[in-house]
Design a protein around this ligand. Structure first.
Ligand code: SAM
Length: 371
C-alpha cells in the first residue's frame, strides 16, 4: 500500500495514497482517511483536552488518526481498534512512528464493546452508528462520542431507512440539519435508557455531510427518566410553518392552532439542549493556548455554538420571505427586529440563511416582512 505522510493538528500519520481526481478520493484507498473530517477530529481533541478521561477508545480507527491525535495532542491514554487487518497494520505503524504508548486492537466493534468497558467510547463508522450504539451504551462509563454520515435517513429524506435504523417518524423540513442531529441524540437517549442510564450533550454539531455528538453518560434510573423526559416530537404544520414541541413518546393529533391544517409529528427527537454552555466556555478558555487555535473552522464553530439558541427548529428566512412574496432583508435586520420585540434570536452554526428564535411564526413573518 503506497502511503503519504501527512500532518493534522500536531500529529503526523501515514495515510494511503488516494486518487485525487476521483469524485470521492477517500473511497479510492484501501484504508480510509478523509481530510474533510479534520474539523470533527479537532473538536474531539479539544474536548478530550478539557475532559481528560482515563481511557479513550477510538473504536473504528482506520489510519488511527483520531486516536493518535487524542494521545499526542490531548495527552489521554488511548486504545485504537479496527477490525480490518490492513487498517490494524497501518495503525500499529502509525503508533510506532508517533512514539506514544497506545494500545492497538483488531476486533469487531460489537465484540469489543460487549467484552470490555472504557471511560470514553468513540464510534466513527461508515454511515450509521446505529448497529453499534447498543453495545457502546453498555461499554461507555462516562463519555460517548459518535459520528453519523447517513444524513438522509436521519433528517427525513429517506423515511423508510430512518424508520428501520432509528425507529422514528420523520418528514423533510427546512430544518433538516437540526432534525438529523436530534434524531441521533433521541436514539442514543432511548438506547441508554434501556440500561438505566441518562445523558447530557456536551458538544454536538452538524457539518456538511455528517453529524457529530459528544455526550456525558449519567448513571441511574432517575437520570434515565430525566433524559427520556427531554425526548419528544416537533409537531409541524406544512401549510403555515407553525411548529410546536410535544414531550413524550405519544404525540397528540390536534390540528394546527394557527391555520387548522394537520400537524405532522416528527420524532421521537431529543428536544433538550445539544450543547453544554460550561463545556463550550471551557473549550473557549483552552483554545488560545492550544495549537488548534490555528484552526479557523474550529474557532468559528465554537463561537457560533456559544451564540446559538437551543431551540429544536429554525426558520429558513428565504423560505419565509418567499411565502410572503417579499425580498428578504439582511439577516442582522431580522434578528434585530425580533430582539426589539422582546424575543431571543440567533443564527445556527450549520447554515447562513437560517435563524433560531423563541418567537412564533407570525412574529418571524412580521420581522421578515418589515411590518
Ligand atoms: C469512517 S472509517 C473511520 C475513520 C477514522 N476514525 C478517522 O477519523 O479517519 C470507518 C472504519 O471502521 C472500520 N469498521 C467497520 N466496521 C467495523 C466493525 N464492525 N468493527 C470494527 N471496525 C469496523 C472500517 O474498517 C474503517 O476503517
Amino acid at each position: 500500500m503506497e502511503c503519504d505522510r501527512i500532518r493534522e493538528g500536531r500529529t503526523e500519520v501515514l495515510v494511503p495514497r488516494q486518487d485525487a481526481l476521483a469524485q470521492f478520493p477517500p473511497g479510492t484507498a484501501r484504508v480510509f482517511y478523509n481530510p474533510k473530517a479534520a474539523l470533527s477530529r479537532d473538536a474531539t481533541v479539544i474536548l478530550l483536552s478539557l475532559l481528560q478521561p482515563r481511557e479513550y477508545l477510538d473504536t473504528m480507527g482506520a489510519t488511527g488518526i483520531r486516536g493518535l491525535r487524542a494521545a499526542v495532542e490531548a495527552s489521554v491514554p488511548v486504545v485504537i481498534n479496527d477490525r480490518d487487518p490492513m487498517a490494524a497494520e497501518l495503525i500499529r505503524e502509525n503508533i510506532a512512528f508517533a512514539g506514544v504508548p497506545v494500545e492497538s486492537l483488531d476486533q469487531d466493534a460489537n465484540v469489543l464493546l460487549s467484552s470490555r468497558r472504557f471511560e470514553a467510547v468513540d464510534l466513527d463508522p461508515f454511515g450509521t452508528p446505529a448497529p453499534y450504539l447498543d453495545s457502546a451504551c453498555r461499554s461507555a462509563r462516562r463519555y460517548l462520542f459518535a459520528t453519523a454520515t447517513d444524513t438522509a435517513p436521519l433528517c427525513g429524506a429517506h423515511r423508510k431507512a430512518g424508520m428501520r435504523r432509528y425507529s422514528v417518524h420523520l418528514v423533510k423540513t427546512e430544518y433538516h440539519a437540526e432534525v438529523g442531529l436530534r434524531t441521533l441524540l433521541g436514539f442514543i437517549a432511548r438506547s441508554l435508557a434501556r440500561y438505566d442510564r441518562g445523558m447530557e450533550p456536551l458538544l454536538c454539531f452538524s457539518h456538511q455531510h455528517f453529524h457529530r455528538v459528544h455526550l456525558r453518560v449519567l448513571p441511574g434510573a432517575a437520570k434515565a427518566d430525566a433524559t427520556l423526559g427531554r425526548v419528544g416530537f416537533v409537531l409541524h404544520c406544512q401549510k403555515c410553518l407553525h411548529r410546536e414541541e410535544a414531550f413524550g413518546l405519544a404525540p397528540s393529533c390536534d390540528p394546527c392552532p394557527r391555520c387548522g391544517g394537520p400537524l405532522t409529528p416528527i420524532g421521537p427527537l431529543w428536544l433538550g439542549p445539544v450543547n453544554d454552555p460550561a463545556t463550550l466556555e471551557g473549550i473557549s478558555r483552552l483554545l488560545p493556548d492550544n495549537t488548534l487555535a490555528e484552526s479557523p473552522a474550529l474557532t468559528r464553530l465554537v463561537r457560533l455554538l456559544r451564540e446559538e439558541l437551543p431551540t429544536s427548529t429554525h426558520y429558513d428566512y428565504h423560505v419565509v420571505a418567499r411565502n410572503l412574496r417579499v425580498s428578504p432583508p439582511p439577516m442582522e435586520t431580522v434578528l434585530g427586529r425580533l430582539e426589539a420585540s422582546g424575543y431571543r434570536a440567533s443564527r445556527a452554526h450549520y447554515s447562513g440563511t437560517v435563524l433560531k428564535t423563541d418567537a412564533p411564526i407570525g412574529e418571524v413573518e412580521r420581522a421578515i416582512g418589515g411590518e
